[in-house]
Ligand binder design. Sequence first.
Ligand code: 5AD
Ligand code: SF4
Length: 466
Amino acid sequence: MAKQLFIKTFGCQMNVHDSARMADVMAPLGYALTEDAGAADIVLLNTCHIREKAAEKVYSELGRLRRRIEARRRAGGETLLAVAGCVAQAEGPELLARAPFVDLVLGPLTLFRLPEFVAQAHRALAAGACPVAADGGRKGLGLIDTDFPAEPKFDHLPAPGVQGPSAFLSIQEGCDRFCTFCVVPYTRGAEYCRPAADIIAEAEALIAGGAVEITLLGQNVNGWRDADGTRFGDLLRRLAGLPGLKALRYTTSHPREVDDALIAAHGELQVLVPFLHLPVQSGSDRILKAMNRGHTAAHYLDLVARLKAARPGLMVSSDFIVGFPGESEADFAATLEVVERADVIQAFAFKYSPRPGTPAASLPDQVPEAVKEERLARLMARLDARQMAFNQASVGRRFPVLLDRPGRRPGQLVGRSPYMQPVHVMTETARLGELVEVEIEAAHPHSLAGVILEAPPRQDPERACA
Ligand code: 5AD
Ligand code: SF4
């Protein structure tokens, strides 16, 4: 019987992708994914360190898992407990002090070494490193691998398996921008961009495997450039020319990396969806400066205006942080204003969370929790209202929708509009994976419902992505 690997992923899309890659590297060793942590030979948490709450979730999950693992050991099974990802990278030794029952700690850049690390753990256990006590408990092995390797991890990973109609393609990792609130430059390291030739080859393989939509991933994805200076807009042009590709997305981008070529690409390439996640974080220039964002609110609004002029129908989503140190009521009001002026239709909004080792954590004038709560509630109310208004305005529109999962009700499938709104339709299950044109009939706060139009999707640059 195949050995069982349980993976629980916290955090961003990059982590979801990394988890899939860890499953890929373990598959040749006979490990199959399981959803039952209590029956797994390896239990792996792929973790997120971006905010304190995300990191704390990992510790509570570890507590819960420990009980299941020990129950399995009492029944004669052996489970390795591994923590990967950004908490592992940022807190390795501290993590082992808080959770001494953990066996393996693995950073995001060394995940390709998981098979060797597991083999090392098995050798240690076979040599009697941690005998299991009568109550089923044993101390963890406490092995750590959180180097920043000289070689990019992409060179060590096998080509990704077939991902289905909607696929992710990691093109860039790490970040050199050092926003003062952010741990990413410390956990994911310096920016690394994969060569264009590798990206194109991987995209071709994904399309050959059935992908019609590709989402390019990177922490600073539009900061991508090739060794010869080729920029992100040129890469998009090359990808857009691949036969069979119907929709192209990318996330997460930085306003400072939006150049004229990228704006032009949004005008020219119909395969690029008319929707862009472009975080602004704050609407106050004073706060943006303290965040080291390298742009002002006016610069951001100008980019949004130019993108919208290039591609009719283009809309943006964003990320916001409220309660950054020193944020006054006037600064917060500027954030509310930018939401309106950029016509943001969806966003993630967060209370500022001081992260150890980042410059902003030691700034004076930390904002009291109650003030952060209150501002977050006001911002979320605005964002929810805007999202609902956009959903309502979608009624009567026709969107290309890639049906990528079953709905909760029998006979229901779900896909996403170009604007990432979940779209529910009633149709046969056999249509899973199809790209269809849907006329929207109803709007809800977080989703839409519609009917499939049987004609093939039409080309309508104002309204559709494909
Ligand atoms: N506190 C709150 N939010 C943060 N983010 C990043 N770091 C922090 C922090 N310390 C948010 C930013 C970023 C998103 C991924 O997470 O908005 O764009
Ligand atoms: Fe973090 Fe800023 Fe880099 Fe985004 S651009 S990953 S917020 S440092």
